[in-house]
Ligand binder design. Structure first.
Ligand code: F6P
Length: 491
């Protein structure tokens, strides 16, 4: 792929940048701006009119998307082509939320029957646990579920179960242990009893050091009370692609929920890694989450760029990241610059005036960021309050706000599993579009792998009696200071 900076649209955008009038003026000049720069899709409403962009900006950005051949890459992803080039893999988290009766061929084989088989395995298991039919080794039902996993095998389920708390079973307590800092697992286990705790060992590779160390700690904690290894089957299940390592750990493959190498770690909440979600909110609700994501997949796949929500959000991100007014950009990095607001019209826990106050602040923030306050407005306001002379002048600088700060606002009817599924998929596809334009593969994990390799080398050095000299001066110093303080080697 050519570098994006060589594309004609990129060059046109660079010329076009810094020609954008303040947003206040854009709104004053165009009474239709708010309606023309917003989209409705299902119950989701995106207003992106409070951006420092004109219709010409958007037209050029859409041109950039066309020249970057984003739509071709999108179609190749949905076809199952191996677009994760660095790992030579397909990228098919979209298959995990696809209806079972719509075949998807990978290397000539329909993968949907396998996907559906695991869904059914998850349905049956989560129902058995939730109804109390699945019993621990003493015959008691499960009361605590501990998901042990890290990165994608933790964060997606944490986020979803937190967001969908109103749908959760309150008598089934969910804990997530990810950190290798022993405090994490120790504090979680303090709340649990071995006889009523179910561990989900969530690891795509089943070789991740943090997860395996925590899982072994959980196993020892459990066996201290349960004594007999045969009881492990009732208290440990694995969510993984690696049957051999699961067996080695001592988990019966019958209690393994598989997935596949075409599921990127950070896209895995839709796979067996989502078992904690199904246990918490019930499988039917989990299926609604998948359906919401699938609806967004279809929107992304079929909708023209002008109305395509992930494409629109991606392009606005590109605009600020790559073309924005240099001076402002230097002051505020992109992520702090473009604020995003999201609110639901309905709330699950209505309490007096709370929701109206919340929404009033939501709307006010977008207005304040866009409008700011001019010196003239401040003068009038202070004069009305009776201030004049020095007292008034002293306050002016503190009350003037430049405004012209962009926001994207998303309104949804309710935060239910379906809506959340659509929202997560919206942002997944947004990243896809940006990766396609920037020539970045959002699926591999080479950077993290480098950190893991280095940590493996350092670990034995921590227990050796001699000071370490093989790293840069700062790293040597830190390691040797740690060794000295923990009385392992002098420096
Ligand atoms: O953080 C790096 C990473 O490889 C992520 O991509 C992944 O989600 C996480 O580690 C955990 O990996 P695994 O699921 O194989 O234990």
């Amino acid at each position: 792929m050519p570098s994006p900076v060589d594309l004609p649209a990129w060059k046109a955008l660079a010329r076009h940048a810094n020609t954008i009038p303040p947003m206040r003026d854009l709104f004053a000049k165009d009474p239709h701006r708010a309606t023309s720069l917003s989209h409705r899709w299902n119950d989701l409403f995106l207003d992106y009119s409070k951006n420092r962009a004109t219709p010409e900006t958007l037209q050029l950005l859409r041109q950039l998307l066309k020249e970057s051949k984003v739509e071709e890459l999108r179609d190749r992803m949905f076809r199952g082509d191996r677009i994760n080039l660095t790992e030579n893999r397909s990228v098919l988290h979209i298959a995990l939320r696809r209806p079972a009766d719509q075949p998807l061929l990978v290397d000539g084989k329909d993968i949907m029957p396998e996907v559906e088989k695991v869904r059914q395995q998850m349905r049956v298991f989560s129902e058995r646990v939730r109804t109390g039919e699945w019993k621990g080794y003493t015959g008691q039902p499960i009361a605590d579920i501990v998901n042990i996993g890290i990165g994608g095998s933790d964060l997606g389920p944490v986020m979803v179960t937190e967001a969908l708390k109103p749908f959760a079973r309150r008598d089934l307590r969910l804990h997530f242990v990810s950190n290798i800092d022993s405090t994490h697992i120790v504090e979680a286990l303090r709340l649990c009893r071995p006889s009523t705790t179910l561990f989900l060992v969530a690891s795509k590779t089943f070789t991740t050091q943090e997860t395996l160390t925590n899982a072994h700690a959980a196993r020892s904690w459990f066996l201290k009370e349960a004594s007999d290894e045969k009881h492990i089957a009732k208290h440990f299940v694995a969510l993984s692609t690696n049957t051999a390592e699961v067996k080695k750990f001592g988990i019966d493959p019958v209690n393994m929920f598989p997935f596949w190498d075409w599921v990127g770690g950070r896209y895995s909440l839709w796979s067996a890694i989502g078992l904690s979600i199904a246990l918490s909110i019930g499988y039917d609700r989990f299926a609604e989450l998948l359906a919401g994501a699938h609806a967004m997949d279809e929107h992304f796949r079929q909708t023209a760029v002008e109305q395509n929500l992930p494409m629109t959000l991606a392009l606005l991100g590109i605009w600020y990241n790559n073309f924005h007014d240099a001076q402002t950009h230097a002051i505020l990095p992109y992520d702090q610059y473009l604020h995003r607001f999201l609110a639901s019209v309905e709330t699950f826990n209505p309490l007096g005036q709370h929701h109206d106050i919340l929404l009033a602040n939501f709307f006010a923030q977008t207005e304040a960021l866009m409008r700011g306050k001019t010196e003239e407005e401040v003068r009038i306001e202070l004069a009305k309050e009776g201030l004049q002379g020095d007292a008034l002048e002293k306050l002016i600088a503190h009350k003037v706000f430049s405004g012209n700060r962009p926001t994207n606002s998303l309104l949804v009817q309710r935060f239910d599993p379906k809506t959340l599924g659509s929202l997560i998929a919206l942002y997944e596809h947004k990243i896809f579009v940006q990766g396609a334009i920037w020539n970045i593969n959002p699926y591999d994990q080479m950077g993290v792998e480098l950190g893991k390799q280095l940590a493996k080398k350092i670990e034995p050095e921590l227990t050796s009696p001699t000071p370490v000299t093989s790293h840069d001066a700062s790293t040597n110093q830190l390691i040797n200071d740690y060794k000295k303080r923990s009385h392992r080697g002098s420096s």
